[in-house]
Design a protein around this ligand. Structure first.
Ligand SMILES: [Zn+2]
Length: 181
């Protein structure tokens, strides 16, 4: 950040009074421009033993498979955002059962949230950000072609939890993983 969005004067990186870390602060009007993690919300929609995946048509990770997910918008709930992304990327609708996995990614300042739910009677198609959309059986998931570690972890938990018959909500903090560059 170089200029203040309030008054257009230059900003400087400094520790504001009473704070404990450097912030972008306007040198003219004093406005502090906080930068905080971005939230990505998505859905694990299943039907029987199959899960809905999208092959990404855009960077990053073009050509790799993902659960439908994207940046949460202002003015919406995370669950509504997961359903919106499912529609935008996979033209799919579903009924959510609740929050399933949450992953903090401090190295890229993101928080991933995945909700688990049931895909509405099968209708889906690739949206503009997807090259393809498909239902994958639990025993045939594309492990070598997944887009993100948070997606891989969520699918692994889903396999384990299906066997156990219970789907607890989990949170983990993930570090950078060179397999997903
Ligand atoms: Zn300013």
């Amino acid at each position: 950040m170089n200029y203040c969005s309030q008054c257009a004067a230059p900003v400087a990186l400094r520790i504001p009074e009473g704070d404990d870390r450097p912030r972008h602060q306007c040198q003219t009007c004093g406005q502090v421009h906080y930068q905080n993690p971005r939230i990505i919300t998505g859905a694990l929609l299943t039907t029987g033993d199959q899960v809905l995946l999208c092959r990404r048509a855009i960077a990053p990770r073009q050509g790799y498979w993902t659960l439908p997910a994207g940046f949460m918008e202002n003015g919406e709930g995370a669950d509504a955002g997961a359903l919106r992304e499912s529609w935008e990327e996979a033209r799919a609708q579903g009924t959510l059962d609740g929050l399933y996995t949450a992953f903090s990614l401090p190295h890229i300042n993101q928080l991933y949230l995945f909700f688990r739910g049931t895909l509405d009677p099968v209708a889906y198609a690739a949206g503009p950000e997807s090259e393809a959309v498909a239902l994958y059986a639990a025993d045939a998931l594309p492990w070598d072609a997944l887009a993100f570690r948070a997606v891989e972890k969520t699918l692994r938990y889903w396999l384990e939890d299906r066997r156990a018959g219970a789907f607890p909500t989990r949170h983990e903090t993930l570090e950078a993983d060179p397999r997903f560059r």
